[in-house]
Design a protein around this ligand. Structure first.
Ligand code: AMP
Ligand code: ZN
Length: 465
């Protein structure tokens, strides 16, 4: 298997340290809001990696849930995203975390992402984080300021491992602008933050340095090493994590253990909107639920993601999603036809060649677009009989996870009149705002237009009366 390693800037042959299992850590969601479809693109690529690795080895896949300590700004002086979410919604930070974690995993499951072997919440690993900070303190990597315990990045020679010396200088320049006077270097970061003196935080813990909470970076280092050991085979995340979060994870972990932290750093590129990057803090973002409200199947979006290589930026458009939906419907129709024609036919082994071609594409740094092309060629070509096609499609679907064998929903693919579409969207917005009176009025208007709407866990479903 060839995998591109951000640290070496090239594709490398991947084999695990121990063939009994691959150890893989993926940065998980910060549960202060819904995950947007950009976040979900990253989890889809990580799922493809997990499924492809499993063709050779078992995988111990650990994902964290950040439910404390992720500040709004990288400069360590912003507010905690969780406490901000709690203030926004008038709930406790703990309730916010629980609510959005559940929503996150509902989307994760709907996109057919395999659940990680271990899901670890930051708030349940404070003891491990404190122990790691203590080790760094004993080894002389930390210093105290009025608001916390900081990591002194000038003491760690490999601090440029991921970004390179020249880019690091640029980053330092940027960070200096917002640098607090007490920091020794612009890239230094908080390991432990003290609770503010004038305000009671909802999430805080005792420590020998004072009451406070952990920094976001130390969470991932502590949890990754607890479950996977000092040296991980693979660490994944979105490309935005390279220059700060993962750079800081290396600094903390390697300074503490004296060992290499990660063998392969694998990063997914962003999903972008025409206007720029999609972000939770930017306010407007699309979620899996908002796609459902527009009557897309979450797997239409998974198909859309598979049409681009994970290391290229992907621009989201509804035209692109429509075309993915059409392709997936066609794929399911043709799969159903192959299943119907396969009765009585036997395998001659030709399906193995198609499988090998498909697998070679996935093992070439997860080339999903090429693997999809192999699916279409095999399905359309005359080389394989229907039974062989079915055997091949089962294999391909175990990696691509598009539910190819699901019955195609002809009706769902038809577009609704614009007026009905608008009523449905208004009703989804009313329900999200818990305005049930308005939602009922809109149901009546839909009925008057000839459509019956049902509310299901997957969102609104509509049928002609
Ligand atoms: P967060 O919940 O903000 O910590 O992000 C969760 C994951 O989504 C991280 O791996 C991020 O790097 C990734 N991510 C954030 N925005 C995007 C985007 N627009 N496209 C793809 N991945 C993203
Ligand atoms: Zn992380």
């Amino acid at each position: 298997m060839q995998l591109y390693n951000t640290e070496s800037h090239r594709k490398e042959q991947f084999t695990p340290q121990n063939t009994a299992q691959v150890t893989m850590y993926c940065c998980g969601p910060t549960v202060y809001n819904y995950a947007h479809i950009g976040n979900m693109r990253t989890y889809i690529f990580e799922d493809l990696l997990d499924r492809t690795l499993r063709l050779h080895w078992p995988v111990k896949h650990v994902m964290n849930v950040t439910d404390v300590g992720h500040l709004v700004s990288d400069a360590d002086d912003g507010e905690d995203k969780m406490e901000l979410g709690a203030a926004r919604e008038g709930k406790s930070a703990w309730d916010i975390a629980k609510f959005y974690e559940e929503k996150f995993f509902a989307d994760f499951d709907a996109l057919n992402c395999t659940r990680p072997t271990v899901i670890s919440r930051a708030t349940e690993h404070i003891k491990e984080m404190i122990a790691l900070i203590k080790t760094l303190e004993e080894k002389g990597y930390t210093y105290r300021t009025s608001d916390g315990i900081y990591y002194d990045t000038s003491k760690f020679p490999r601090y440029d491992a991921l970004v390179g010396r020249s880019r690091l200088e640029g980053l330092k320049g940027g960070a200096r602008v917002e640098m607090s006077e007490e920091k020794k270097n612009p890239t230094d970061f908080a390991l432990w933050k003290f609770s503010p003196k004038d305000k009671k935080r909802q999430m805080e813990w005792d420590s020998s340095w004072g009451v406070g909470f952990p920094g976001w970076h130390i969470e991932c280092s502590a949890m990754a090493m607890k479950y996977l050991g000092n040296t991980l085979d693979i660490h994944c995340g979105g490309i935005d994590h390279v220059s700060v979060h993962h750079t800081n994870e290396i600094a903390q972990s390697e300074a503490a253990t004296g060992q290499r932290y990660v063998r392969f750093w694998v990063h997914g590129e962003f999903l972008v909107l025409h206007a720029g990057k999609m972000s939770k803090s930017g306010g407007t973002f699309l979620t899996v639920q908002s796609l459902r409200d527009k009557r897309y199947d979450p797997l239409d979006y998974r198909y859309f993601c598979l049409t681009a290589h994970y290391r290229t930026q992907l621009e989201f458009t509804f035209e692109g999603l429509d075309s993915a939906r059409k392709s997936l419907q066609t794929l399911r129709r043709e799969t159903a036809r192959a299943v119907a024609e396969a009765a009585g036919l036997s395998l001659t082994g030709k399906e193995k060649d198609a499988q090998a071609k498909f697998q070679a594409a996935m093992e070439d740094d997860l080339n999903a677009p090429k693997a999809l092309a192999v699916v279409w060629e095999t399905l359309r070509g005359g080389e394989l009989n229907a039974a062989e096609k079915v055997a091949f499609l089962k294999f391909a679907d175990s990696i691509l996870a598009l539910d190819m064998f699901r019955a195609p929903q002809e009706a769902a693919a038809e577009s609704l009149p614009e007026q009905v579409e608008a009523l449905l969207q208004a009703r989804a917005a009313a329900r999200q705002a818990k305005d049930y009176k308005k939602s009922d009025e809109l149901r009546d208007q839909l009925a008057a237009a000839g459509y019956r709407v049902k509310d299901t866990p997957q969102g609104q479903q509509v049928e002609k009366i």
